[in-house]
Every structure is written in C-alpha cells, then in structure tokens.
Design a protein. Structure first.
Length: 1163
C-alpha cells in the first residue's frame, strides 16, 4: 500500500452487512453471453470508454453492464449471505462514457461506540475485480433526493476525513493474516508528513509489535512535536507469555484505540513515533487518522462523511460545500453502489440536507469530483461462461482447484464418478466470479459450499450432509505474496489456493485452518461465537458440517503424483498383510509423557481393533548415541525404517517435531522421507508441532510424505502449527476411534468424515483451539484399507476352542491350527479360496523404557509396557472352500511368560479380490516339553542364495548395484526358528563382519504354501558401498540346529540395467488399456521408467515419463505397469490398429536400457 495515499472509501457497519446484499439468482447471469473482467485498486468513480469496451470484446457502450462487489473483504459471518450472488452495479452514461463506483481493497468501517472510522485491508488480494457483460437493460444510477438549505452553519462546513499509513513488509512468525511494516530501533524516530488544508482537529489510532527482552518497549507518538499518546509492552508480560508457552513467541502487538481529539493549527501535519527500549525487535503496523476539515473541494475525487454519535437521531445532516461549481455529487451505499445527488452543480457554494445514515446505520458517505477525474480500471480480459449458481444438487465431493491443476482434478473426479460417486470440480476463479464478482476471497469458497449444503438440506433436512470438500492446490500464509520470501518470480506466477489465517499472528494462538470452509450450518453460524465488531469467527467454538482435505500441490506434475497414489490406494490392488499392522512411535524425554500417551492411544486402538499387529517404537526404550556432536537413537530409527519397509496401515507419532523432522534426535528426517522406497502407503497420524505447515514457502516434511512419487503415504492427519501434548492425545485417540468406527452398513467411513467427527467430539473439551492446527492432507474420500475380520480359529492342538478356556502348548510340540472364513451372517464362506498367512506369537513380554539420557539421579521412573515381540512361527497354507488347516512346531526357545499367546491371520482370495484378517488369543505356553517330540539333529538346508538374481555360491562373483535383493530358498523338516527368546538363534545376515551391517531376517521369512518345511527369505540390501564385500548368512531351526554360509560380492553403484523381459498382459479387445509386465537385471534397485507409444509410421502419439519402479522384497525385479492408471482417457480414445510400445528404464543420471512390444487395439 502506498504511503500517505488518501483513500476514497466505503463505509460498512459490518455487523449488519448480511442484510444488505441484493437479489439471489436461480441461474447465473454468466451462463450466457460474453463476459470480461476488469480490476481496480482504490475506491472511487471509474470510467469505461468505447475503446475500453472494444478491447474487452464489446461493441455498444450503452448496453454494457457492470457486476460485482469490488475489493472489500467478505464478512466471515456468512449466514446472511447464503443468497448472495452476482450484484449488478449501477452505471451513469454521460457524453459517450460509462461511469460506475468501484470499491478498492481498503474499506473503512465505523466504530459507533468510539465514533471513529477505522480501516480494513483485504488480505486475500492486491486488487478488486468487476465483471463486464453486454446486453439486456443495464442498471442506471438512481437519484438521492436532497433539499437545499438556505443558511449554513459552522458545523455544516466540516466533515470527517480519513487516511492511513501501512506498509505490509514482514511476517515475524510466518503465521496469521497480519503483516507488519517499518522496523524500529531503540531511540530511532519514524516521521511522516501530511498536508491537510482546512484541518481543524484530528484523532489517531496506531499499532505496533515488539519483542522486549531487556526492558519494557514503549512507543511514543507525537503530533507536531507535542506528545500525543504512548503504548507500552512490558518485559514482564513478554516473559510471562514466553514462559507459559515454552515455545517460540514472536512478540506482542499493541494498538492505541482511545484516539483523543487534538486541535491542529497548521495544514502541515507531522507525526513522529519513537521507540524507547533496548535489545528488542519491533515493527510499526499502521496508523490511521480521523481529521475534522472544512468541506471545500481541493481537486481529484473527494470522499466525505461525518462521524455521528448513536444518540444522533436526525434523518439528515446538512453539508455546506465550497468550490463545487461544475462538480458531480454522489452518494455511496453500504454495498458500494452509488446514486446521483447532483450531476453538475451550478453554484460555487452549496448547502444540502443529505441523508445522515446508510441502511446499516453507519454514517452516509459522499463523493465529490469532476467526471474528468474518474479513474481508469485495468482491463484484465475475457472470461468464459459458467453457472455454478445453477448447480442442481450437492455432490459427494466438491473439488476446488486452480486453472493449472484442473485437468488433474478432473482425472480424480472421473475416477470417483466411475465408482458411482458424484463429484463437482470448480476452479477458485469460477467461485470468485459468481460469488464475489471476480475478487479473490477465501470466504467465497464457503459461500459456494454453503449453497450446495443448503440444496441437500432442503430435501434431507434431518440427514447428515454427505458432501466433502477437497482443495487441490498449495496455500500460502501470505495470500498476496507480498513478503520477501514469496517475491521470487516462480512463486509470483504460480497460482495458489487461498488459506484462512487467524487474526492472531505472533503467538501460539495463531493458526491456519481449512476447517473454516466446512462450517456451514445455520445453527452454527448464528451462534454468538464471533468476536468484536469485525465479526471474526471464534472457529474453535464451531462444529464442522462437512469434512475438508487438501492436496498441497504446486504443479500439474505434483498433482499427478499424488492423485496416482490416491487412485492406486483406492483401487485396493496392493494386497498384503501390511494392512493388519500399525506403527506407534513416541518421543523420549519429558518424563516419558509421550511414551505413556502412545501406550494409552495404542491400547485404545488394540481394544477396538484387536486384529491389528502393533509395532511399538518408543525412543525411550533405545539407547541414545552421540557421534560428532549429534545425538541420535539409531535403534528406534532402524525399527521405524524396518516397519515402514515391511508395510504398515498406519504410522502414528506422538512427541516433539518441526517442519523438518521428528524429535530432537531426528528419528525421522527430511532425508529419510526423500529416500523412502517402501511400496505400501500408510495413513500418517502425526501429533507433533508444525510437521505439515503447508502454507510455508518451504515444503514441509509432512508434505514430502504426500508428494513422494512412489512411497511416503496416501494421506496425513497432521499439524500446521504448535500443538499441545494432552489435547494431541485426545484428538489422536478420537481420530483412531472414528477411523475404525464403521458406518451403518458396517463399512469404513471416509477420512473427511473421520477428522470432522473427531474434531467435533472435542469442541467443548479442554483447549478446543488445538484441533484447528490439525489438517487432512489427502482426499476426504479416501477409505482406510483395513480388511474385514472374518478369519476364525475353531480348533487348536486337536481341541475345540471355547470362550475363556486356554489351550496349553509346550516347547517342541507339533500343533495343528484349524479354522474357517466367516460370512457376515456367521456361516462358513464356502466361496472363499485363496492363501492364508499366519503369525504365532509367544505371550506378551513385559518391557520397560531405559534411562537413555544417562541421568542416573533422575526422578523419572521407567515406563512399563507390553508387546508381542517373540514370533514362534510364521507360515501359511491354502484356504479351500472357506476352510484351512496347518501345522507348526513350537520352538525350543520360548519365553514361558504365562501370558496368552497370539495367532494373527491374513488371507486373500485373488480371484474375487477379497481380503480378510483374524485373531485368536486362545493358548498359553507352559513349561516342560511335549509328551511326544521328534529328535532333529539336521541343520536347515540352503537350497539357493541369489543376490540381484545371481547365484552367490557359483564360481563367478556376483556384480550388483548399490542396492541389491537377497533371495534365499531354504528347507527344514521341523521349521526355521524365528523366536527371539534364544540369543542369536534367528536368521541373520552380516556384511563384512560389521555389527552395524548385521540384519535380522526373521521378519522377511515366508513359509511356502505348497510344501511343509520349505520357505524363502527376500530382503533388500540398501546403501552398499563400492568395492568387494563378504557376507555371512546364518539360519537356525526350532531345535537350534544351525547352518552358516559365507559368500563374496562386488558393488558397482553405476551398474547399467538390462530389460530381461517385457510383455503385454492385458487383452486388447474392446478398447481396453494394456498393462505391461517387466523384469530387469537390477533386483533391489529403485529405477525410473518412461514409455512411448508409436504408430506404424514411427510417429510418437503418446508418452509418459517419471514412472517409479520401487524395489521391495516382494516384487524382486518383476513389475507390472498399468497404463490405465497413467492416462486411460487418451489411450482408449486411440483408433483401432497396431501400435508399438517402447519402454526405457534407468537410474537417475545413469545409463538406460530399452525394449519394445506390439499392441493390437481393437474396438
């Protein structure tokens, strides 16, 4: 905002504003005809000429119509704005020119209690906008009747002028809607000058922020060198604020609002501000003036009004105006429309009895000018037709996006629609056009959502509205991108979606929240939950009516990546037992409070969903290590990476964090995330500070998880600001409860409803504002991929299972498990035939945390917890006609805890695409050996050992890249030992004899479903250094017989890949999109692929790059690329014929390999 600029102003009493908007349309006037857009900055009278409208594509000036509201900030209490659609602006056609009044981005509001006009800046946009059309009957300016008064008084010759100074340069906290101006140093004087002819007296408000750290901050204001007022921020209150929070606070802002009247003796006004303090950071926010001046025209556009006490009941106010011959006088109403009082004043002095107040009760505002001084708007250009207002019904999903991201948004919508869900995709520009005349404002999102909500409620008054909102586009804390960090050209030219920011901008009450867009119901909006005359909502007091999610993407490429992941997850093709595991990570320190919270949260989930296998990774249970001055917890870090690689349905964290990492020891870092390669996408729930502050300039770690091209996660329920541990625990618990609470049909509910209901459940609880800092980054229509719990065990060790009766098992006993797949009605599902995976655990172990801070005199006692850590069997079998039977041997190494053991089951029917899980806690392992056992002295047999597909036991040393897949086929008559009860009796791989390169392979062992005693290990070795290495593989059976093998291999990091096979595996009839099956030579390496499709003339007609081939222990070097997931629409539109598909693979910057296959397409 330019300093000292006098503003032509619009006065609004905002509390009454909802009653002032015009007609509501059943169909948008924008649905037909030609439309264009113009822009304005300051309020005042504007003019359009014939050449202007020709540039906009119009021909007849007398038929041009103007629509919109200009740059005023929309009120946030929107209950009275539900019918607010496009408003036509009255125009004045004079001498072949079209005039209209426009509202700029600074509005002036009236404080009736203090009889003071104060300004409000639209923090969403730098310009106000209006729409232009042609045709129909334009609305012309009406006439305001005003009688002339014969006798002037001294009071009638005075009016209240207003002006302000505000530079928006700096956001100390990168949070909130306030931006601050000039920096102030101790004893430095900031001086400002204004020339105000006819000034009699003035009143001033001013505001500043400071962070005193050595003494009180005192800002003194002087008018003409004489003291006017001062405002103090004491060191005591600053210290109190900082100590009570324990987190970073950026200062306190203070506003002088008394605004006493001071007489002025000169037209030259000087204002000085002096800061008295040492060692502080301080910035001026603004100052604003109400000046009593004589009403004499002094050129340009002169806006005038008069401050009125609420006791003033007179209908009119007399204004005596000098030097007004030949001028035009307009009256401006609350909505920013003007009416004509006098078109051309004949006399030099004129006294009129003018209406004193507007319809809202605020003082009326008038404008004097020569028509030749009308402003020229900026001509933006043509826009298309649209009709959001005519939307007939509410969708299941409303997607709001940007122009650049529309195509990807439509792709996601098409996928959801193929599943029978109704989706509406709109750009924010379309919403701004119809609901705010083209001017950006986040509240416009809410107005449109409210209209759709009302459509649903009109027909289903007693039902919960199923609509969800998805914002596809990144957001910025500084919506206008004024501050330095946003000034780079790339950011200036990238369209972001808007964010809702709190008024508080310095302390821990500052937030951004997409919840704002989901508060829609009358019963919420009418509640007295709005603060002060500005009517800002106390958002934490309100209930969300619909769920809201956001994809914080900045480019179509990022959008494509995330949407690919969302669609792939929703299709459910990633079958596997990873869906029955959840990882719970907890920070150390703070008296183990985070550990205890995680225990309570996971215990609650275990009670609700006992089939889930929990990976409990408590940092306080692992030693801290200091290397080179950096403290880490390597055991916890490795446990987390292993859990993610193995696959988890949910990754949950409680503890300290920031936008780059978890915990001071960085148990999860940005580098970790960027190097993720695991294939299964969890839902992340992170109850930690700032982990996903998507509105910052830099991409946060939480966003990186979502944006990761092949790994990371499908969605996050994470945080944008500082949050508090106890409210975190409450919301974390509520989220998990809602996540696994089925709908009326017994099916999972979408994430949007989950987070909506979880937040609403805490609205009246302690610290409800904490919930505002949690955001859903992901689609609100994503459903957690948890299989139903239909697997049952009905016999164990030849005994029928009975409730509350345990079966005793013993070491080395041969045990048979029998069970079935149950239908929802309780019968055996005879149609289920597939594969069963089983894990048998010894009883829960009693564990406790350690003193990993080495504080031997600490008062913190160890925290005790229980966990199933000792696997005594993992294997599987077939399920036929809904029933299964398998046998296993209890190992010699067992714990004898006396606690219930656990049998976890997972099954899938590939033909039907059905999965199921189950659980039995029906046994306990007793001391002593089974009565009948077999003596086994034979060691496990290693049938083959391959590294990246190469036999390590052959005569040739394997040559591998920096990552390699180890595949071991092995057999043992009794079973491979996986138990942790015997020291060192698990399958282990050690590289170069180094302890830090020793890997427990027990979790990577899979028993054969075809032959008892047969199994395999698949494990990806990552980060191998160049050169020659040796490895030792050690395997034990349940009788503690061991086999050890050593082998050598060589690592060449830049090793080029080979495509060993490429084939088309989908039918080509009926226009189906093909899938490709690929096998390459670098098993274990993450590679990139690109595809080109050519016609028989060699012309490339379709291409797709940056396909990630993520290595895992499950896929080896075999991949399936489903082209329909990439771009089904374009491919199926190709004409019938023969095509050539070429595939290239390679690593970043490395050599590529390619292969081709033919595709015959028949429609």
């Amino acid at each position: 905002m330019n300093a000292y600029r006098r503003l032509n102003i619009l006065f609004i009493l905002l509390a009454l504003l909802p009653t002032l908007w015009g007609r509501a349309w059943s169909q948008s006037p924008m649905q037909t005809g030609q439309w264009s857009k113009i822009a304005v900055q300051q309020s005042g009278l504007y003019v359009l000429t014939s050449s202007d409208i020709a540039a906009l594509g119009f021909k007849e000036l007398d038929k041009v119509r103007v629509w919109g509201y200009g740059g005023a900030l929309l009120p946030e209490q929107v209950v009275g704005l539900a019918g607010r659609d496009l408003q036509e602006v009255p125009t004045l056609l004079v001498d072949g020119k079209l005039y209209f009044y426009a509202v700029g981005t600074v509005s002036w509001l009236y404080d009736q209690h203090r009889t003071f006009f104060y300004h409000q800046i639209n923090h969403y946009t730098r310009q106000g906008y209006y729409l232009i059309s042609e045709g129909g009957i334009p609305m012309r300016m009406g006439q305001t009747e005003a009688a002339e008064v014969s006798e002037a008084t001294e009071a009638s010759r005075l009016y209240t002028d207003v002006l302000h100074h505000e530079q928006e340069l700096y956001s100390p906290s990168q949070s909130g809607r306030k931006l601050y101006g000039e920096s102030m140093l101790a004893s430095q004087r900031l001086s400002f000058s204004h020339k105000l002819p006819g000034a009699k007296s003035m009143r001033m408000r001013f505001s500043y922020m400071a962070y005193p750290n050595k003494s009180d901050a005192r800002l003194s204001a002087q008018i003409g060198g004489a003291p006017y007022a001062e405002e103090n921020i004491t060191l005591e209150e600053m210290n109190r604020l900082v100590s009570s929070s324990g987190y970073k606070v950026y200062g306190i802002d203070r506003t002088h609002i008394e605004a006493k009247s001071t007489p002025l003796s000169s037209e030259d006004l000087r204002i000085d501000f002096t800061l008295s303090a040492q060692g502080i950071s301080s910035h001026l926010d603004y100052y604003e003036l109400n000046v009593e001046r004589t009403l004499s025209y002094r050129g340009g556009q002169m806006s005038f009004s008069r401050a009125l006490h609420k006791e003033d009941k007179a209908a009119t106010s007399t204004y005596t105006m000098d030097q007004v011959s030949g001028l035009t006088l307009l009256r401006v109403d609350d909505s920013g429309s003007a009416s004509l009082v006098r078109q051309q004043i004949a006399s030099s002095t004129l006294s009129l009895a003018l209406p004193a107040r507007s319809a809202s009760g605020a003082p009326s505002r008038y404008l004097l000018l020569r028509l030749g001084d009308a402003y020229k708007p900026s001509l933006v250009g043509r826009i298309g037709n649209q009709n959001l207002i005519g939307t007939p019904s509410a969708p299941d999903l409303l997607i709001i996006t940007t122009d650049a991201l529309r195509a990807e948004s439509v792709r996601l919508a098409s996928y959801y629609e193929s599943k029978g869900q109704k989706v509406l995709v709109v750009t924010q520009t379309e919403i701004f056009n119809e609901f705010n005349g083209g001017t950006p404002d986040a509240t416009a999102y809410r107005l449109f959502a409210r209209k759709l909500y009302d459509l649903y409620k009109a027909e289903h008054a007693k039902e919960d509205c199923p609509m969800q909102i998805l914002l596809i586009g990144d957001g910025a804390q500084d919506n206008r991108k004024l501050t330095t960090v946003w000034q780079i050209p790339e950011m200036q030219h990238t369209e972001f979606l808007l964010t809702y920011q709190s008024v508080a901008s310095l302390d821990l009450e500052s937030y951004t929240s997409d919840d704002y867009f989901g508060v829609l119901a009358d019963e919420e909006l009418k509640k007295d939950y709005y603060s002060d005359v500005l009517r800002y909502p106390l958002l934490h007091e309100l209930e969300m009516d619909v769920g809201v999610g956001r994809l914080p993407v900045r480019s179509p490429a990022q959008a494509r990546t995330v949407i690919d992941k969302i669609i792939g997850y929703d299709r459910g093709g990633d079958y596997g037992s990873w869906k029955m595991r959840a990882a719970f990570v907890a920070d150390n320190g703070d008296g183990n409070s985070h550990t205890r919270q995680s225990i309570e949260i996971s215990d609650g989930l275990e009670s609700q969903v006992p089939e889930l296998q929990l990976r409990k990774i408590y940092m306080a249970a692992y030693p801290r290590v200091n290397v080179g001055g950096r403290t880490t917890v390597p055991g916890a870090h490795k446990a987390l990476m292993d859990a993610l690689q193995e696959g988890v349905l949910i990754a949950n964290y409680n503890g300290h964090g920031n936008p780059q990492s978890w915990a001071d020891e960085r148990v999860l870092s940005m580098s970790d995330i960027q190097n993720f390669s695991y294939p299964h996408l969890p839902l992340w729930i992170t109850a930690t500070c700032d982990f996903a502050n998507f509105d910052a300039f830099s991409t946060s770690a939480g966003e990186e998880i979502l944006l990761h091209p092949t790994s990371g996660g499908v969605a996050l329920l994470s945080t944008t600001r500082v949050v508090w541990d106890i409210p975190n625990q409450m919301l974390n618990t509520a989220i998990l409860k809602e996540l696994f609470t089925p709908d009326a049909q017994g099916k999972p509910r979408p994430l949007g409803l989950v987070i909506r209901d979880a937040k609403n459940s805490l609205r009246l609880r302690s610290t409800p504002e904490n919930r505002l800092n949690f955001v859903l980054l992901g689609s609100p229509l994503t459903y957690i991929a948890v299989p139903p719990a239909h697997l049952k065990v009905n016999r164990l060790a030849s005994q029928d299972l009975e409730e509350d009766k345990l079966v005793d098992l013993h070491a080395l006993e041969r045990v048979r498990i029998e069970g079935y797949v149950q239908t929802p009605s309780g019968d055996v599902d005879g149609d289920f035939s597939g594969k069963l995976e089983v894990w048998v655990y010894d009883g829960e172990e009693e564990l406790e945390t350690i003193d990993n801070f080495n504080r031997r005199n600490t008062e913190t006692s160890p925290t005790r917890y229980r966990d199933y850590r000792n696997i005594i069997y993992t294997g599987g079998t077939k399920i036929e006609d809904g029933r299964y039977t398998l046998e296993f041997s209890v190992p010699k190494d067992v714990a004898y805890s006396g606690r219930k053991g656990r049998i976890s089951l997972y099954a899938r029917d590939d033909k039907r695409g059905v999965e199921s899980v189950g659980l039995s806690r029906s046994f306990v392992i007793k001391t002593g050996r089974a009565q009948q056992t077999l003596d086994d002295t034979d060691s496990p047999e290693l049938l083959s050992i391959r590294l990246s597909g190469q036999d390590v036991l052959g005569s040739k040393t394997p040559l591998v890249a920096s990552s390699a897949l180890l595949e071991v086929a092995l057999r043992d008559g009794s079973a491979i030992n996986l138990s942790t009860s015997g020291l060192g009796h698990r399958p282990m791989l050690t590289i170069d004899g180094k302890a830090d390169q020793s890997y427990d392979l027990s979790r990577y062992y899979t028993a054969s479903l075809q032959e008892e005693g047969l199994g395999e290990v698949k494990f990806v070795l990552e980060g191998l250094s160049a050169g020659d290495h040796t490895a030792q593989l050690e395997v034990w059976d349940v009788y503690n017989n061991a086999t050890r093998v050593q082998f050598a291999f060589r690592v060449e990091p830049a090793l080029a890949p080979r495509i060993e096979s490429l084939e088309l595996i989908a039918k080509s009839e009926g226009g189906q999109t093909p899938s490709l099956r690929l096998r390459h030579s670098l098993a274990g390496m993450n590679l990139q692929a690109r595809i080109g499709i050519y016609d028989m003339l060699g012309q490339m007609i379709w291409s797709y790059d940056k396909i990630q081939l993520v290595a895992s222990s499950t896929n080896g070097a075999d991949y399936r690329i489903d082209l329909s997931a990439l771009d089904a629409g374009r491919l199926t539109s190709l004409p019938s014929g023969a095509y050539l598909i070429r595939l290239w693979i390679g690593s970043d910057g490395g050599a590529e390999a390619s292969a081709s296959t033919k595709w015959l397409l028949r429609h």
